[in-house]
Write a protein that binds this ligand. Structure first.
Ligand SMILES: CC(C)(COP(=O)(O)OP(=O)(O)OC[C@H]1O[C@@H](n2cnc3c(N)ncnc32)[C@H](O)[C@@H]1OP(=O)(O)O)[C@@H](O)C(=O)NCCC(=O)NCCS
Length: 314
Protein backbone atom coordinates (compact mmCIF):
# COMPACT_ATOMS: atom_id res chain seq x y z
CA UNK A 1 0.00 0.00 0.00
CA UNK A 2 1.47 3.37 -0.96
CA UNK A 3 0.91 6.45 1.18
CA UNK A 4 0.09 10.00 0.12
CA UNK A 5 3.06 12.32 -0.43
CA UNK A 6 1.37 15.48 -1.65
CA UNK A 7 1.44 17.87 1.32
CA UNK A 8 -1.75 19.79 0.53
CA UNK A 9 -3.66 16.54 -0.03
CA UNK A 10 -2.28 15.14 3.24
CA UNK A 11 -3.26 18.23 5.21
CA UNK A 12 -6.70 18.39 3.59
CA UNK A 13 -7.40 14.75 4.48
CA UNK A 14 -5.58 14.41 7.79
CA UNK A 15 -8.77 14.01 9.89
CA UNK A 16 -7.46 14.18 13.48
CA UNK A 17 -9.04 11.74 15.94
CA UNK A 18 -8.42 11.91 19.70
CA UNK A 19 -8.14 8.64 21.57
CA UNK A 20 -9.85 8.25 24.92
CA UNK A 21 -7.72 8.51 28.05
CA UNK A 22 -4.39 9.99 29.08
CA UNK A 23 -0.91 8.84 28.04
CA UNK A 24 2.50 9.30 29.63
CA UNK A 25 6.16 9.02 28.61
CA UNK A 26 8.25 7.03 31.02
CA UNK A 27 11.51 5.10 31.19
CA UNK A 28 10.94 1.36 31.40
CA UNK A 29 12.92 -0.25 34.26
CA UNK A 30 15.90 -2.17 32.89
CA UNK A 31 15.25 -5.93 32.82
CA UNK A 32 11.55 -5.79 33.79
CA UNK A 33 9.42 -7.82 31.34
CA UNK A 34 7.21 -5.60 29.18
CA UNK A 35 3.49 -5.51 30.00
CA UNK A 36 0.49 -5.17 27.69
CA UNK A 37 -0.65 -1.60 27.08
CA UNK A 38 2.61 -0.12 25.77
CA UNK A 39 1.63 1.94 22.71
CA UNK A 40 5.09 3.04 21.51
CA UNK A 41 8.70 2.49 22.47
CA UNK A 42 12.09 3.98 21.55
CA UNK A 43 15.34 2.27 22.52
CA UNK A 44 18.26 4.58 23.32
CA UNK A 45 21.69 4.01 24.85
CA UNK A 46 20.29 5.44 28.10
CA UNK A 47 17.34 3.02 28.25
CA UNK A 48 13.92 2.24 26.84
CA UNK A 49 11.36 5.05 26.59
CA UNK A 50 7.76 3.87 26.46
CA UNK A 51 4.46 5.63 25.89
CA UNK A 52 1.56 4.03 27.68
CA UNK A 53 -1.78 4.81 29.30
CA UNK A 54 -1.40 6.71 32.55
CA UNK A 55 -3.38 4.03 34.39
CA UNK A 56 -0.87 1.35 33.31
CA UNK A 57 2.08 3.52 34.41
CA UNK A 58 0.39 4.05 37.78
CA UNK A 59 -0.26 0.34 38.18
CA UNK A 60 3.41 -0.39 37.40
CA UNK A 61 4.56 2.34 39.81
CA UNK A 62 6.44 4.25 37.08
CA UNK A 63 7.31 7.95 37.36
CA UNK A 64 6.34 10.47 34.68
CA UNK A 65 6.03 14.22 34.17
CA UNK A 66 4.28 14.69 30.86
CA UNK A 67 0.60 13.66 30.72
CA UNK A 68 -0.69 13.85 27.18
CA UNK A 69 -3.74 13.37 25.01
CA UNK A 70 -3.15 11.12 21.99
CA UNK A 71 -4.28 12.45 18.62
CA UNK A 72 -4.03 10.32 15.46
CA UNK A 73 -3.98 11.91 12.02
CA UNK A 74 -6.12 9.39 10.15
CA UNK A 75 -4.60 10.08 6.74
CA UNK A 76 -2.36 7.37 5.31
CA UNK A 77 0.90 9.27 4.79
CA UNK A 78 3.96 7.87 3.04
CA UNK A 79 6.90 7.48 5.44
CA UNK A 80 8.94 9.67 3.09
CA UNK A 81 6.26 12.36 2.72
CA UNK A 82 7.84 15.76 3.22
CA UNK A 83 6.42 18.56 5.34
CA UNK A 84 3.42 17.07 7.18
CA UNK A 85 5.20 17.00 10.54
CA UNK A 86 6.58 20.49 10.04
CA UNK A 87 3.19 21.93 9.03
CA UNK A 88 1.42 20.31 11.98
CA UNK A 89 4.08 21.35 14.51
CA UNK A 90 4.02 24.89 13.16
CA UNK A 91 0.22 25.12 13.47
CA UNK A 92 0.45 23.90 17.06
CA UNK A 93 3.44 26.11 17.87
CA UNK A 94 1.50 29.12 16.53
CA UNK A 95 -1.28 28.15 18.95
CA UNK A 96 1.40 27.85 21.70
CA UNK A 97 0.77 24.12 22.18
CA UNK A 98 3.74 21.80 22.69
CA UNK A 99 3.59 18.46 20.94
CA UNK A 100 5.50 15.19 20.59
CA UNK A 101 5.11 13.40 17.30
CA UNK A 102 5.29 9.67 16.60
CA UNK A 103 5.15 8.13 13.13
CA UNK A 104 3.62 4.70 12.71
CA UNK A 105 3.71 2.76 9.46
CA UNK A 106 0.20 3.99 8.57
CA UNK A 107 -0.42 7.20 10.47
CA UNK A 108 1.19 10.06 12.35
CA UNK A 109 0.36 10.53 16.02
CA UNK A 110 0.67 13.54 18.33
CA UNK A 111 0.85 13.74 22.09
CA UNK A 112 -0.19 17.12 23.39
CA UNK A 113 -0.72 18.26 26.99
CA UNK A 114 -4.12 16.99 28.10
CA UNK A 115 -5.49 20.44 28.86
CA UNK A 116 -4.50 21.71 25.42
CA UNK A 117 -6.18 18.85 23.54
CA UNK A 118 -9.41 20.73 22.62
CA UNK A 119 -7.40 23.69 21.27
CA UNK A 120 -5.05 21.33 19.41
CA UNK A 121 -8.01 19.63 17.73
CA UNK A 122 -9.31 23.07 16.68
CA UNK A 123 -5.93 24.17 15.30
CA UNK A 124 -5.61 20.93 13.31
CA UNK A 125 -9.17 21.20 11.95
CA UNK A 126 -8.41 24.76 10.81
CA UNK A 127 -5.17 23.69 9.13
CA UNK A 128 -6.99 20.89 7.33
CA UNK A 129 -9.93 23.11 6.27
CA UNK A 130 -7.53 25.73 4.91
CA UNK A 131 -5.90 23.13 2.65
CA UNK A 132 -9.26 21.79 1.44
CA UNK A 133 -9.81 25.17 -0.21
CA UNK A 134 -6.83 24.66 -2.54
CA UNK A 135 -8.25 23.87 -6.02
CA UNK A 136 -7.91 20.20 -6.97
CA UNK A 137 -7.77 18.51 -10.34
CA UNK A 138 -11.24 17.60 -11.56
CA UNK A 139 -12.64 14.15 -10.82
CA UNK A 140 -13.76 12.30 -13.93
CA UNK A 141 -16.40 9.56 -13.65
CA UNK A 142 -16.75 7.17 -16.58
CA UNK A 143 -17.57 3.56 -17.40
CA UNK A 144 -14.58 1.27 -16.99
CA UNK A 145 -12.56 0.34 -20.04
CA UNK A 146 -10.86 -3.06 -20.31
CA UNK A 147 -7.44 -1.45 -19.84
CA UNK A 148 -8.57 -0.15 -16.42
CA UNK A 149 -9.01 -3.64 -15.01
CA UNK A 150 -5.55 -4.07 -13.42
CA UNK A 151 -5.72 -0.65 -11.79
CA UNK A 152 -9.25 -1.38 -10.50
CA UNK A 153 -8.22 -4.70 -8.96
CA UNK A 154 -5.12 -3.11 -7.41
CA UNK A 155 -7.08 -0.26 -5.85
CA UNK A 156 -9.70 -2.71 -4.58
CA UNK A 157 -6.92 -4.74 -2.93
CA UNK A 158 -5.61 -1.57 -1.28
CA UNK A 159 -9.08 -0.36 -0.20
CA UNK A 160 -9.94 -3.72 1.40
CA UNK A 161 -6.45 -4.46 2.82
CA UNK A 162 -8.15 -3.80 6.16
CA UNK A 163 -11.56 -5.48 6.27
CA UNK A 164 -14.36 -2.93 6.78
CA UNK A 165 -16.38 -5.71 8.42
CA UNK A 166 -13.82 -6.76 11.07
CA UNK A 167 -11.33 -3.88 11.15
CA UNK A 168 -8.54 -6.47 10.83
CA UNK A 169 -5.93 -6.76 8.05
CA UNK A 170 -7.08 -9.17 5.33
CA UNK A 171 -5.10 -12.38 5.14
CA UNK A 172 -3.67 -12.58 1.63
CA UNK A 173 -5.70 -11.19 -1.23
CA UNK A 174 -8.93 -9.61 0.05
CA UNK A 175 -12.08 -11.58 -0.84
CA UNK A 176 -13.53 -8.50 -2.54
CA UNK A 177 -10.81 -8.73 -5.21
CA UNK A 178 -11.79 -12.31 -6.02
CA UNK A 179 -15.47 -11.41 -6.14
CA UNK A 180 -14.82 -8.42 -8.37
CA UNK A 181 -12.64 -10.43 -10.76
CA UNK A 182 -15.44 -13.02 -11.02
CA UNK A 183 -18.13 -10.33 -11.47
CA UNK A 184 -16.24 -8.93 -14.47
CA UNK A 185 -16.60 -12.35 -16.12
CA UNK A 186 -20.14 -13.11 -14.92
CA UNK A 187 -23.38 -13.12 -16.88
CA UNK A 188 -24.78 -10.58 -14.40
CA UNK A 189 -22.10 -7.99 -15.39
CA UNK A 190 -23.57 -4.69 -16.65
CA UNK A 191 -20.95 -2.54 -18.43
CA UNK A 192 -22.69 0.79 -17.69
CA UNK A 193 -22.61 0.03 -13.98
CA UNK A 194 -18.88 -0.56 -13.60
CA UNK A 195 -17.78 3.02 -13.03
CA UNK A 196 -14.29 4.39 -12.38
CA UNK A 197 -13.27 7.67 -10.78
CA UNK A 198 -10.19 9.12 -12.45
CA UNK A 199 -8.02 11.91 -11.08
CA UNK A 200 -5.09 13.20 -13.11
CA UNK A 201 -5.26 10.02 -15.31
CA UNK A 202 -5.07 7.75 -12.25
CA UNK A 203 -7.94 5.37 -11.41
CA UNK A 204 -8.64 6.31 -7.78
CA UNK A 205 -12.06 4.78 -7.19
CA UNK A 206 -14.39 2.14 -8.56
CA UNK A 207 -17.92 0.91 -8.00
CA UNK A 208 -19.74 -1.96 -9.62
CA UNK A 209 -23.41 -2.92 -9.61
CA UNK A 210 -24.52 -6.18 -11.12
CA UNK A 211 -27.88 -7.81 -11.80
CA UNK A 212 -29.70 -9.19 -8.79
CA UNK A 213 -33.25 -10.30 -8.13
CA UNK A 214 -36.09 -10.60 -5.68
CA UNK A 215 -38.06 -13.49 -7.09
CA UNK A 216 -38.44 -12.59 -10.77
CA UNK A 217 -38.05 -8.84 -10.16
CA UNK A 218 -34.75 -7.36 -11.35
CA UNK A 219 -32.75 -5.05 -9.10
CA UNK A 220 -29.14 -3.87 -8.96
CA UNK A 221 -26.74 -5.30 -6.37
CA UNK A 222 -24.04 -2.70 -5.58
CA UNK A 223 -20.52 -3.66 -4.52
CA UNK A 224 -17.66 -3.80 -4.10
CA UNK A 225 -17.05 -0.04 -3.84
CA UNK A 226 -13.49 1.09 -3.16
CA UNK A 227 -11.44 4.28 -3.06
CA UNK A 228 -7.63 4.48 -2.99
CA UNK A 229 -6.82 4.78 0.74
CA UNK A 230 -4.74 7.95 0.46
CA UNK A 231 -7.69 9.74 -1.21
CA UNK A 232 -10.51 8.52 1.02
CA UNK A 233 -12.78 11.16 2.60
CA UNK A 234 -12.49 13.45 -0.42
CA UNK A 235 -16.00 12.72 -1.69
CA UNK A 236 -14.90 10.16 -4.31
CA UNK A 237 -17.02 7.32 -2.84
CA UNK A 238 -20.03 9.66 -2.65
CA UNK A 239 -19.51 10.77 -6.26
CA UNK A 240 -19.44 7.11 -7.42
CA UNK A 241 -22.64 6.27 -5.55
CA UNK A 242 -24.46 9.34 -6.85
CA UNK A 243 -23.35 8.51 -10.40
CA UNK A 244 -24.64 4.94 -9.95
CA UNK A 245 -27.99 6.29 -8.77
CA UNK A 246 -28.17 8.74 -11.68
CA UNK A 247 -27.40 6.00 -14.22
CA UNK A 248 -29.83 3.57 -12.57
CA UNK A 249 -32.69 6.07 -12.77
CA UNK A 250 -31.81 6.88 -16.40
CA UNK A 251 -31.78 3.15 -17.25
CA UNK A 252 -35.23 2.59 -15.70
CA UNK A 253 -33.91 0.43 -12.85
CA UNK A 254 -36.21 0.22 -9.84
CA UNK A 255 -33.86 -0.23 -6.90
CA UNK A 256 -30.30 -0.76 -5.65
CA UNK A 257 -29.45 -3.23 -2.89
CA UNK A 258 -26.16 -3.43 -0.98
CA UNK A 259 -24.44 -4.65 2.15
CA UNK A 260 -22.68 -1.84 3.99
CA UNK A 261 -22.62 0.57 6.90
CA UNK A 262 -25.97 2.36 7.39
CA UNK A 263 -23.94 5.30 8.75
CA UNK A 264 -22.48 5.82 5.29
CA UNK A 265 -25.21 4.77 2.87
CA UNK A 266 -28.22 6.35 4.61
CA UNK A 267 -27.00 9.75 3.40
CA UNK A 268 -27.84 8.66 -0.16
CA UNK A 269 -31.36 7.50 0.78
CA UNK A 270 -30.62 3.80 1.41
CA UNK A 271 -32.87 2.25 4.07
CA UNK A 272 -32.85 -1.17 5.74
CA UNK A 273 -34.14 -3.44 2.97
CA UNK A 274 -36.39 -5.34 5.37
CA UNK A 275 -38.38 -2.12 5.87
CA UNK A 276 -39.41 -2.52 2.20
CA UNK A 277 -40.10 -6.24 2.47
CA UNK A 278 -36.79 -7.35 0.94
CA UNK A 279 -34.79 -9.80 3.05
CA UNK A 280 -30.99 -10.20 3.01
CA UNK A 281 -29.50 -13.41 1.58
CA UNK A 282 -28.03 -13.95 5.06
CA UNK A 283 -30.34 -13.13 7.97
CA UNK A 284 -27.35 -12.08 10.11
CA UNK A 285 -26.76 -9.00 7.89
CA UNK A 286 -29.77 -7.30 9.53
CA UNK A 287 -29.95 -3.56 8.86
CA UNK A 288 -26.57 -3.62 7.09
CA UNK A 289 -28.44 -4.97 4.09
CA UNK A 290 -29.91 -1.86 2.54
CA UNK A 291 -32.03 -0.84 -0.41
CA UNK A 292 -32.53 2.38 -2.30
CA UNK A 293 -35.97 2.43 -3.93
CA UNK A 294 -35.70 4.43 -7.16
CA UNK A 295 -38.40 6.40 -8.98
CA UNK A 296 -39.73 3.19 -10.54
CA UNK A 297 -39.81 1.16 -7.28
CA UNK A 298 -43.05 -0.78 -7.70
CA UNK A 299 -43.88 -1.57 -4.07
CA UNK A 300 -45.27 -4.98 -3.32
CA UNK A 301 -41.88 -6.61 -4.08
CA UNK A 302 -41.39 -9.14 -1.30
CA UNK A 303 -38.84 -11.87 -0.76
CA UNK A 304 -35.16 -12.62 -0.37
CA UNK A 305 -32.60 -10.79 -2.49
CA UNK A 306 -30.44 -12.92 -4.76
CA UNK A 307 -27.05 -11.50 -5.77
CA UNK A 308 -25.06 -12.26 -8.92
CA UNK A 309 -23.49 -15.71 -8.66
CA UNK A 310 -19.91 -14.65 -7.72
CA UNK A 311 -21.17 -13.28 -4.39
CA UNK A 312 -21.44 -16.92 -3.31
CA UNK A 313 -17.64 -16.62 -2.76
CA UNK A 314 -18.31 -14.37 0.26
C1 LIG B 1 -16.22 3.48 2.15
C2 LIG B 1 -15.54 4.27 1.03
C3 LIG B 1 -15.91 3.70 -0.30
C4 LIG B 1 -16.05 5.72 1.14
O1 LIG B 1 -15.47 6.49 0.10
P1 LIG B 1 -14.79 7.90 0.45
O2 LIG B 1 -14.44 8.55 -0.82
O3 LIG B 1 -13.72 7.67 1.45
O4 LIG B 1 -16.01 8.61 1.19
P2 LIG B 1 -16.59 10.07 0.95
O5 LIG B 1 -15.48 11.07 0.96
O6 LIG B 1 -17.52 10.07 -0.17
O7 LIG B 1 -17.44 10.21 2.27
C5 LIG B 1 -16.74 10.37 3.47
C6 LIG B 1 -17.73 10.30 4.59
O8 LIG B 1 -18.17 8.97 4.70
C7 LIG B 1 -17.96 8.51 6.01
N1 LIG B 1 -17.65 7.10 5.95
C8 LIG B 1 -16.72 6.48 5.20
N2 LIG B 1 -16.76 5.16 5.46
C9 LIG B 1 -17.74 4.98 6.39
C10 LIG B 1 -18.25 3.86 7.08
N3 LIG B 1 -17.78 2.63 6.86
N4 LIG B 1 -19.25 4.06 7.97
C11 LIG B 1 -19.74 5.27 8.20
N5 LIG B 1 -19.29 6.38 7.59
C12 LIG B 1 -18.30 6.23 6.71
C13 LIG B 1 -16.79 9.33 6.50
O9 LIG B 1 -16.78 9.39 7.91
C14 LIG B 1 -17.09 10.68 5.92
O10 LIG B 1 -18.08 11.31 6.68
P3 LIG B 1 -18.06 12.89 6.89
O11 LIG B 1 -18.13 13.49 5.52
O12 LIG B 1 -19.28 13.11 7.72
O13 LIG B 1 -16.74 13.14 7.57
C15 LIG B 1 -13.99 4.30 1.18
O14 LIG B 1 -13.67 4.85 2.41
C16 LIG B 1 -13.34 2.93 1.04
O15 LIG B 1 -12.91 2.55 -0.04
N6 LIG B 1 -13.22 2.21 2.17
C17 LIG B 1 -12.62 0.88 2.18
C18 LIG B 1 -13.46 -0.13 1.47
C19 LIG B 1 -14.91 -0.12 1.93
O16 LIG B 1 -15.20 -0.05 3.12
N7 LIG B 1 -15.83 -0.17 0.95
C20 LIG B 1 -17.24 -0.15 1.20
C21 LIG B 1 -17.70 -1.46 1.69
S1 LIG B 1 -19.44 -1.39 1.90
Amino acid sequence: MTGEKNLEALLAAMHPVKRDGEYVYTLWPEGRPLVPGIEAAVREAEGLTVVLPRAVADKEGLAYDFVGAWITLQVHSALDAVGLTAAVSKALADARISCNMLAGFHHDHLLVPVLDAPRAMEALAELSAHNRQVPRPELLLRSEASEDRDAILALTADAFAVSPATGLPAEGEPLEVKVLGALFESKEYLPDFSIVAVLDSEVVGHVISTRGWVGGHELLGLGPLGVTPRLQRHGIGSALIKETIRRANAAGESGIALLGSPGYYSRFGFVPATSLGVLPPDEAWGDYFQLLPLALWPGGVRGTFRYAEPFALI
